[in-house]
Design a protein around this ligand. Structure first.
Ligand SMILES: Nc1ncnc2c1ncn2[C@@H]1O[C@H](COP(=O)(O)OP(=O)(O)OP(=O)(O)O)[C@@H](O)[C@H]1O
Length: 256
């Protein structure tokens, strides 16, 4: 089991007069797969920022495997095992997929001095191989990042996060900007990654079909607070969720 147990306790974050996150307490079991949903402005992305140390909470605490990680800086939190897919593929547009992954691994290990050697050390290269294999990026190993399709760039972003072997992986709208077919391919890929690695996976998603298809548990945010949480079936039938967010047609849909 590679997953870590994540516990959020009373997380609150304000921006001036705006309360983006208000007393959010949520538990994510080690190795679980959860979706976070909610209308625009519900505080989903802010919650990810608080978990990853991008911004400090105004109140509340974050625990990973029982250890308080509140207030640690981003790098320290990454080292503790919380990963997040950022749009990083485009940061090194002239690196190939394999080079980007090796660079991410070396940087993570604090061996940045080695970054510009002609060949990365064997272990970094081997781990880059492994992640490429896992993500289906092997055929694109020698492709320069800027030449990747939008979907493959997003996949590389996920691969870069995975290369650091996270216990908890956060994905913020991993299918944004994709057509229907590419979207399902991506979701299928993410689901298989989770099955292979069993990290704790938490993703923000607006597409309810995707959420209901793959999430084990769904957490619903509204106005910065937790409106509901439960299995997709429970959420689908929750009157507060139906009224606030989903619309009755989703509640009545048959599960595919
Ligand atoms: N840096 C910031 N400064 C001021 N207000 C902010 C900041 N970040 C977020 N907010 C506000 O906090 C609230 C929650 O925003 P957040 O981006 O977390 O919501 P979200 O659920 O991710 O929305 P979306 O689905 O549109 O991405 C919003 O009212 C937003 O305007």
């Amino acid at each position: 089991m590679r997953g870590g147990a994540l516990s959020l306790q009373g997380l609150r974050r304000t921006f001036g007069g705006i309360v983006a996150t208000n007393d959010v307490s949520l538990d994510f079991a080690a190795g679980s797969l959860s979706a976070i949903i909610g209308p625009n402005g519900a505080g989903k992305t802010t919650l990810f920022h608080l978990i990853t140390g991008m911004i400090p909470p105004s109140a509340g605490r974050v625990f990973l495997d029982g250890q308080d990680i509140t207030g640690l800086d981003r790098q320290a939190i990454v080292r503790r095992g919380i990963g997040r897919a950022f749009q990083v593929a485009s940061l090194f547009p002239s690196f190939t997929v394999a080079e980007s992954l090796a660079a991410a691994i070396l940087t993570h290990e604090g061996r940045t001095a080695n970054l510009f050697r002609a060949f990365p050390p064997r272990d970094a290269a081997a781990r880059a191989e492994e992640v490429m294999e896992l993500c289906g990026l092997r055929p694109l190993a020698d492709t320069v990042s800027r030449q990747l399709s939008h979907g493959d760039q997003k996949l590389l972003d996920i691969a870069l996060a995975l290369a650091l072997d996270p216990k908890v992986l956060l994905l913020d709208e991993p299918t944004a900007g994709m057509g229907p077919e590419e979207r399902w391919r991506m979701i299928d890929r993410i689901h298989r990654l989770w099955q292979a690695r069993r990290m704790t996976l938490i993703f923000i998603e607006h597409d309810m079909d995707i959420v209901f298809r793959i999430a084990e548990t769904v957490r619903v945010l509204r106005y910065g607070t937790v409106l509901a949480q439960g299995t997709p079936e429970e959420i689908r039938r929750d009157p507060a969720v139906i009224e606030a967010y989903l619309g009755s047609e989703h509640a009545l849909e048959a599960v595919p």
